[in-house]
Design a protein around this ligand. Structure first.
Ligand code: PLP
Length: 427
């Protein structure tokens, strides 16, 4: 008899006991963040109903628009061709990814920056969203979590689903330690005032566009080592760093291999939002004490998790990712990132000239803008939608500290960004 019928029998045979066992994970019912994107769509659709001819320019969602590098395309075409013959076709690949891609990552993304990462510490995946969400499987429900505010909503929601965030009150979860990032602290979070076990950091940051210097990141690594905390470091936007001296990986900081996991993505680096490929680095030195007192390596746990719940990223996307590490591939993806950075600069320059407080844009595809005095994130979003026909993202959707800000994404094509800026310049 399955659980559903047990619950039904109890209700039929004993009317007095109103026993109805839930068979769903009710944490899903607590999720809040659908609100942001459904609300944006609702407002856009309402406006379009009233103004069907409006020429909207979308600068909200962080999705890429430019073609994928020729080298990556060739890698994928060749992979498809290999599938056409019994002699060369491949079936299931290793869950952790193909050895040649893992080696290329260790060589170009880490060794080239002076960091020794062994290829078997690299786990290829279908992107950073899955990995940053799935990593929660490794931790107990008692962990105390610190999350920067504003933040990429996946970190919060994956913990809501696993039931570790307490109750939702005035825009915040009672069991999460929020680390406010605002203009006063230049969007660099202060260390938590109370002990935490897990810390989510994302730099270059979505949505604020902030980056950390080596000294600033070192403070976090030192804190994590002292507190025996683990840093979950999301470097999805690393390809946008252009300033000298900004660390590209947390593993550039001494001691980080004992306290950090790093997530990377080809989505924004190489236009793979639709192709899907990314990776996570779990160093073998990263160990935590189990309740028995035994030291447990998270590397082994993640490997077990992936081999159980994941069957590997697509062969085609991995071959595309591998081709990015050729000389031609590296040049092409840098050019595309430069293109988006030019868009970001265009937005930043125009908005600054118009008198706005502007953040991000320099090492990031996002431009984070303070809304005018007296406006909220949503009222300014409405103004831009209705008066300028521009779709942006209200900062408050990323967390309470985002109230009073709006995020522009620079992933559009340059002509649209230029047209959007012209509209803003007109009274
Ligand atoms: N991490 C951050 C901070 C992001 O902003 C995004 C996408 O917008 C992701 C991860 C997701 O990356 P992927 O496309 O690799 O799943």
């Amino acid at each position: 008899m399955d659980v559903k019928s047990v619950a039904t029998v109890c209700i039929i045979h004993n009317q007095k006991i109103n026993y109805r066992m839930s068979i769903i994970n009710e944490n899903f019912l607590k999720l809040q963040n659908n609100y942001l994107f459904s609300e944006i769509n609702k407002r856009v659709n309402e406006y379009l109903k009233e103004n069907p001819d409006a020429k909207l320019i979308r600068m909200g969602i962080g999705d890429v628009t430019q073609p994928i590098s020729k080298a990556a395309l060739k890698g994928m075409h060749d992979a498809v061709d290999r599938l056409s013959s019994a002699d060369t076709m491949v079936g299931y690949g290793p869950e952790q990814g193909y050895a040649d891609l893992r080696s290329a990552i260790a060589e170009y993304d880490f060794k080239a920056r002076g960091v020794e990462i062994s290829p078997d510490e690299v786990f290829i995946s279908d992107g950073a969203k899955s990995d940053t969400a799935n990593i929660v499987d490794l931790f107990s429900n008692e962990v105390k979590i610190a999350i920067t505010d504003p933040v990429y909503p996946v970190y919060v929601d994956s913990n809501v689903i696993s039931g570790r965030v307490g109750s939702y009150q005035e825009g915040k979860w009672s069991e999460i330690v929020y680390l406010p990032c605002n203009a006063e602290n230049k969007f660099v979070p202060a260390l938590p005032e109370k002990h935490v076990n897990l810390i989510y950091l994302c730099f270059p940051n979505n949505p604020t566009g902030a980056v950390l210097t080596k000294e600033q990141l070192k403070r976090w690594v030192d804190y994590a080592l002292k507190e025996k905390a683990i840093i979950l470091y999301d470097a999805a936007y690393v390809a946008f760093i252009r300033e000298e001296g900004i660390p590209h990986s947390i593993f550039e900081i001494e001691g980080a291999k004992e306290c950090a996991i790093e997530f990377r993505s080809y989505s924004k680096t190489a236009g793979f939002t639709g192709v899907r490929c990314g990776y996570t680095v779990v160093p073998k030195e990263l160990k935590v004490k189990a309740s028995s007192g035994e030291d447990v390596a998270l590397h082994g746990m993640w490997k077990r998790r992936q081999t159980t719940k994941f069957n590997g990223a697509s062969f085609i996307s991995q071959q595309g990712a591998l081709a990015i590490y050729t000389e031609e591939g590296r040049k092409e993806i840098r050019e595309t990132v430069d293109y988006y950075l030019n868009n970001a600069k265009m937005i930043s320059d125009v908005m600054s000239d118009l008198g706005f407080e502007v953040y991000g844009a320099q090492n990031s595809p996002y431009v984070w803008i303070k809304v005018p005095e007296g406006q909220t994130s949503w009222s300014f979003f409405d103004y831009l939608l209705r008066e300028k026909n521009l779709i942006t993202t209200p900062g408050v959707g990323f967390g309470p500290e985002g109230e009073g800000y709006i995020r522009f994404s620079s992933f559009g094509d340059a002509e649209s960004v230029k047209a959007a800026m012209e509209r803003l310049k007109q009274d």
